[in-house]
Design a protein around this ligand. Sequence first.
Ligand SMILES: [Ca+2]
Ligand SMILES: [Ca+2]
Length: 126
Amino acid sequence: MAGFRSPLLVVTGLAALLAAAAPSWAQTAPTASRTTQEMLRQLRAGTTLKDFLEGLRRQFAQADADGDGRISSADIELHGAVALAQARGFSMMQIMRADLDGDGTVTADEVRRMLRYEGRLSKSAG
Ligand SMILES: [Ca+2]
Ligand SMILES: [Ca+2]
């Protein structure tokens, strides 16, 4: 997916930028070079100031999960909860794709049948 950025990655990147820029967010005293390095890391060849600032605004909007115009621990918690729910949903999908009889549960026999099926498919493909 071109242009898709995981909210967790956005939060991580923005947290690094904020930690570098705001002493109260950092465990250790930030340095100007760290802030500069983080901002330079986000620059690409040919980037205009307008594009750069728009990118920062977009990152802020993505990090501001609850849309209240501020980035707080509530946003971090919401991003974390969404990421966990997505991971849980993905795991459930991975498990339930072996529910061959559609009864809502997966038995060891269904897992074995699914693995044999996938093994045969990958052998015939390769
Ligand atoms: Ca917020
Ligand atoms: Ca089943």
